[in-house]
Design a protein around this ligand. Structure first.
Ligand code: ADE
Ligand code: ZN
Length: 324
């Protein structure tokens, strides 16, 4: 892995960064059991398909409970990403998961912000947060998260997003939530075109005020949609390792990374939920070279695209550009 090549990651779930090792340490500290069947006999996360993965991801939340836990998760992830050459990471946080274990939104933010500050002081990496709602928890939950985010702004909260089971509900159901954060000046992204096809991306672009799409890889199934994505300068947060691990595509040859790029789409690379998919931001950059034939210059261009599409302000972007 080329650690000297500057990397920027725009698609990474805070809870999805918790390694089994850290989960064990947090469970021990909190006097809790790790949920049954979450970790296999070899020490990795155990799941068989997309819905089982989402359940496993949700299950880790019961162990990550305190403000200090939140600080440690952010800190350990950012330190590991910085060691691979990452200079900026946007973390998808999940206020609903914090609330479910009795941690207030403010306390979860303060914990993560402390981890971000500690990691930046040690390595120079910059971290920011994108609170997300969980699609399968429905529109009322989404509006609740959006309201919380708008009512309690934080300098490190730079956007709003949605993950979860793409097959549940339709984008229009979440319009009130997205419109609320949009009106408050936060940029938006939404998972689409991951487990569902091109229509899911088109429907999202029709009704939600997004400038980025999480994954979006299945947009490649519609030439008309690709033209729309290119014309409207939408950035796709592509996570090839996640897509391969979840079985969306059987092998890199079948993955549309190069087809999307060749069609002129703005794309970035992300690790999504690194220990769940046995990947990392460094591996995603390396894989683009080894499996997709990219050059160092291509990778640097991805980093530039990611800085342009980041939700942080222009002053911070210029600092990042100066590091390339
Ligand atoms: N939450 C965490 N990872 C996700 C993914 N890959 N798709 C949808 N929701 C998620
Ligand atoms: Zn994701």
């Amino acid at each position: 892995m080329d650690r000297a090549l500057a990397k920027v990651e725009l698609h990474c779930h805070f809870k999805g960064t918790v390694t089994p090792d850290l989960l064990k340490r947090l469970a021990h500290r909190n006097g809790l059991q790790i949920p049954a069947n979450l970790i296999d006999t070899k020490g990795g996360y155990q799941w068989e398909n997309f819905l089982e993965f989402l359940n496993a991801y949700d299950a880790t939340s019961s162990v990550v409970k305190t403000q200090l836990d939140y600080r440690d998760v952010a800190y350990e992830y950012l330190i590991s990403a910085a060691a691979e050459g990452a200079i900026y990471v946007e973390l998808f946080t999940s206020p609903g998961h914090a609330a479910a274990v009795g941690l207030s939104y403010r306390d979860s933010l303060d914990g993560i912000a402390q981890g971000i500050d500690d990691a930046e002081r040690e390595t120079g990496i910059m971290g920011r947060m994108i609170p997300t709602c969980v699609r399968h928890l429905g529109p009322i939950h989404a509006l609740d998260v959006a309201t919380t985010v708008v009512n309690d702004p934080h300098p490190y909260v730079v956007g709003f997003g949605m993950g979860g089971d793409e097959a549940q509900y339709s984008p229009a159901d979440f319009k009130p939530a997205f419109d609320l954060v949009d009106a408050a000046g936060l940029a938006c992204t939404c998972h689409a075109g991951e487990v569902l096809g091109a229509d899911s991306v088109a429907d999202t672009l029709d009704v939600l005020p997004v400038t980025r799409i999480g994954h979006g890889v299945r947009a490649i199934e519609s030439a008309e949609l690709i033209e729309r994505i290119v014309d409207s300068a939408i950035t796709l947060e592509v996570c090839p390792g996640s897509n391969l691990a979840l079985g969306l595509y059987p092998d890199p040859d079948a993955h549309p990374l190069n087809a999307l790029r060749d069609a002129g789409c703005k794309i970035t690379l992300g690790s999504d939920d690194p220990p769940f998919f046995r990947t990392s931001i460094g591996h995603e950059y390396s894989r683009a070279k080894s499996d997709f034939g990219w050059t160092d210059e291509d990778l640097l261009q991805i980093t530039r695209t990611a800085i342009d599409a980041a939700f942080v302000d222009e002053e911070a972007k210029n600092k990042l550009r100066a590091r390339l």
